[in-house]
Design a protein around this ligand. Structure first.
Ligand code: DMJ
Length: 400
């Protein structure tokens, strides 16, 4: 993006001020996707050693979280002391699917770059535990005990708490240059179960993915779940010939539903969650779900759909978002989330989340670029949109 000066400034900060021994509560998942993912991408895009060494140093600091009876990591870590524990709010000391299931891409790169198999071993073990445990109707619940390796609750969601686990299955396969067939099979099987049990069509013809609570459906879709249009589009190209068109259509339908959640608001930005019950379609019904915190998932799906189909509507939809962000979220110091997408003059939450730069703006930029800018043949985006290279050469060693 030619932001040379900003890059030099950030590099200097990483060199001099990035404190890896900070004492306090850090999320293993967030440290991995935001910091390690960001450092790895910066290394691969520039070749500057400082990013590689910081990523490896940080990776080592996460390893104590895996010292559990099953090897499923706990969610919280103190980088200074190496102590780790489970989130207080997660039932019965459980670990979260989207958290321990979203380490694979980065950890394989840490092994590649360091020559140390330990990182790859940790994530391959997670996969082993997941393959061993019985899955209700083929679905993956969101909470697993790191002590017993069993599910703690039967809540299934492709939105928050589940989301990027599924994304990392298909991306693990793509990042391995399509050699990691185990990841592909897990993805295919999971998607089949999701389609069978969670994908629904509203009376108004909108396709959505519901949540599952021990067999009972909650007809709600979170903004977070809107990444799934892009994920299914990404996988569609590589599906069996007879299923390809089906998945392209499903991806397009889900992306269209997410666009509707934006189009039906006054601000043209979408709510945190929208529902399909009691006559409601693609709108938030609860006051507490009306906010927009600059999340990327909808434009992320526009970007993948654009690259897959080149249908100009995805660029038009992306442009609607650009205009809405300018109108409602731009503030003096940057961009802010808003409290109610249905308000004519929404109030700001005074927060610019880091994923706004890492993801929302990056996906918008890529939506309007040529396809060879970070080509999907050569790069996979981690769940924070940090690009990691596809391993076209010697991946085999690290996935066995
Ligand atoms: C990001 O931090 C990541 O995409 C994560 O996987 C879930 N969503 C947030 C942004 O909404």
């Amino acid at each position: 993006m030619e932001l040379e000066e900003e890059f030099q400034e950030a590099k200097k900060w990483v060199e001099k001020s990035f404190d890896l021994n900070v004492n306090g509560e850090a999320s293993l998942f967030e440290v991995n996707i935001r910091y390690i993912g960001g450092l790895l991408a910066a290394y691969y895009l520039t070749g500057e050693e400082v990013f590689k060494s910081k990523a490896l140093e940080l990776g080592e600091k996460l390893l104590p979280a895996f010292n559990t009876p099953t090897g499923i990591p706990r969610g919280v870590i103190n980088l200074g002391s190496g102590m780790s524990w489970s989130w207080g709010w997660a039932s019965a000391g459980s670990s979260i699917l989207a958290e321990f299931g979203t380490l694979h891409l980065e950890f394989l790169h840490l092994s590649e770059l360091s020559g140390k198999p330990v990182f790859a071993e940790k994530v391959m073990n997670i996969r082993k535990v997941l393959n061993r445990v019985e899955k209700p109707q083929g679905l993956y619940p969101n909470f697993l005990s790191p002590v017993t390796g069993n599910w703690v609750q039967h809540h299934v969601s492709i939105g928050g708490l589940g989301d990027s686990f599924y994304e990392y299955l298909v991306k693990s396969w793509l990042m391995s240059d399509k050699k990691d067939s185990e990841a592909k099979k897990m993805y295919d099987d999971a998607l089949e179960a999701i389609e069978k049990h969670l994908v629904k069509k509203s009376a108004g013809g909108l396709t959505y993915i519901a949540e599952w609570r021990g067999g009972v459906l909650d007809h709600k879709m979170g903004h977070l779940a809107c990444f799934s249009g892009g994920m299914i589009a990404l996988g569609a190209e590589h599906a069996k010939e007879e299923r390809k068109q089906h998945y392209v259509d499903l991806a397009a339908e889900i992306t269209n539903t997410c666009h509707e959640s934006y189009a039906r608001s006054d601000t043209k930005l979408g709510p945190e969650a929208f529902r399909f019950d009691a006559g409601t379609e693609a709108m938030a019904t609860r006051l507490s779900e009306r906010y927009y915190i600059l999340r990327p998932e909808v434009v992320e799906s526009y970007m993948y759909m654009w690259r897959l189909t080149h249908d100009p509507k995805y660029r038009q939809w992306g442009w609607e978002v650009v205009k809405a962000l300018e109108k409602h979220c731009r503030v003096e110091a940057g961009f802010s989330g808003i409290r109610d997408v249905y308000a004519t003059t929404p109030t700001h939450d005074n927060m610019q989340q880091s994923f706004f730069l890492a993801e929302t703006l990056k996906y918008l930029y890529l939506l309007f670029c040529e396809d060879d800018v970070l080509s999907l043949d050569d790069w996979v985006f981690n769940t924070e949109a940090h690009p990691l290279p596809v391993n076209h050469t010697n991946f085999k060693a690290s996935v066995q």
